[in-house]
Write a protein of this length. Structure first.
Length: 393
């Protein structure tokens, strides 16, 4: 198979979903499809009872093509084009998030009578990608906004938050749930009973840096939910990368090996603009292996790994220790590449995005065979096999 290509193991996706449900059995799942909207992944999760969370009308249309009922979808982007709200509402979607009076006005006009859930601004400092600067209302503002929703003829339905993508601190959920509980108490005094608490995303996947396991996060979330003034009818979450990141492995071919000063450089046929954008956004580290036979036993050297384009910023990793003999024609395998890769990919400079390939079961019955795949720090075997070593930028 010519490189680049991305192999996704659908059994691993199923296993991650099953592990999430085991760890948090009282929490429904609305998959955050923005991180990987491949139809095969949507079908795998839908067959197992997952709901979905969208950020645009385009994503809703993908779900409709996959046979998903819009009534089971959450529209959690706090700021939406009016035309998208109207079309989603016409399709049968009835729950919309918001964090401002302007957004409420749009929803009231284009989707009258809809259920709305307010996005709280919470502590997300422990995450790789904080979101609170762009989205979220403070507690006092959220309280006022929920009252305004009722006055506008909307249904004050729920509360949501996001502790930031790839959160490294389980206590972030405890604090956020506590904030939601305080808002619930204040609204109850006004006759508003919250029907949905949405725990958002941020559940981490395993790359190279240590992250808390899902069991560790669940051990914080469950008692925090128990401290709420009452339990909403629906408690849900919006995991994304936690379900799909570790299911993907990206294969990229070495097209050049050069010496730049004291540095060994490898040029490969996939770069930041073809799926590895997160390496530029947050100096992201991925587990990396090679096709070199002496991967585990031969001498190693540190390499800088860069993409094929003429853009100097298209440099993904530095100080990655790889076999000293790696050269043109060899293949690098980038693990945990199932999230925010093809969703970001373009054909910048005329280089193609990776070809998507899928292995595993689509029958809706397999749980992936991993047991609780979140339980330990060791990376699982990849669809392509091979050992893993730390790569970083």
């Amino acid at each position: 198979m010519p490189t680049p290509y991305l192999v996704t193991d659908l059994d691993t996706v199923a296993g991650r979903y099953a592990a999430f449900r085991r760890a948090l059995p009282g929490v429904h799942v609305h998959y955050a499809m923005k991180c990987n909207p491949a139809p095969e992944i949507l079908a795998t999760l839908a067959a197992r009872g997952a709901g979905f969370e969208i950020a645009s009308l385009g994503e809703l249309r993908m779900l409709q093509r996959a046979g998903v009922d819009p009534a089971d979808v959450l529209y959690s982007n706090p700021i939406k084009p009016p035309s998208h709200i109207a079309a989603a509402h016409a399709a049968g979607l009835w729950r919309f998030s918001f964090d401002s009076p302007n957004e409420l006005a749009k929803i009231a006009e284009t989707a009258p009578g809809s259920a709305v859930y307010v996005r709280l601004r919470v502590d997300d400092e422990a995450s790789v990608f904080p979101l609170s600067r762009k989205f979220g209302a403070g507690l006092d503002d959220a309280y006022d906004l929920m009252l305004l929703a009722g006055r506008l003829g909307l249904r004050p339905y729920g509360i949501t938050f996001h502790v930031g993508s790839q959160s490294g601190n389980p206590q972030a959920w405890r604090r956020a749930i506590g904030d939601a509980g305080r808002l619930m108490s204040r609204l109850r005094a006004e006759g508003i009973e919250i029907e949905m608490l949405d725990l958002g995303g941020g559940f981490p996947a395993r790359y190279v840096a240590p992250v808390p396991s899902l069991d560790e996060i669940a051990a914080v979330i469950e008692p925090a939910i128990g401290e709420l003034p009452y339990r909403p009818a629906l408690i849900t979450a919006e995991p994304g990368r936690a379900l799909v990141a570790e299911a993907g492995e990206l294969a990229t071919g070495v097209i050049g090996r050069e010496q730049r000063g004291d540095e060994n450089w490898l040029f490969v046929d996939v770069g930041a603009y073809h799926g590895m954008m997160e390496t530029l956004q947050a100096e992201w580290s991925y587990p990396i292996t090679t096709s070199v036979p002496e991967q585990a036993t031969g001498p190693m050297l540190p390499f800088t790994i860069t993409g094929p384009t003429c853009d100097p910023s298209d440099t993904m990793f530095t100080e990655v220790w790889l076999p000293a003999t790696v050269d043109v024609g060899d293949t690098l395998y980038i693990g945990s590449a199932g999230a925010y890769t093809l969703a970001y990919a373009s054909e910048f400079n005329g280089f193609p995005a990776p070809t998507p390939l899928f292995v595993g079961d689509l029958d809706g019955h397999s749980d992936g065979g991993f047991g609780n795949a979140f339980a330990g720090p060791t990376l699982t075997g990849s669809p392509l096999g091979g050992l893993t070593i730390a790569g970083g930028r």
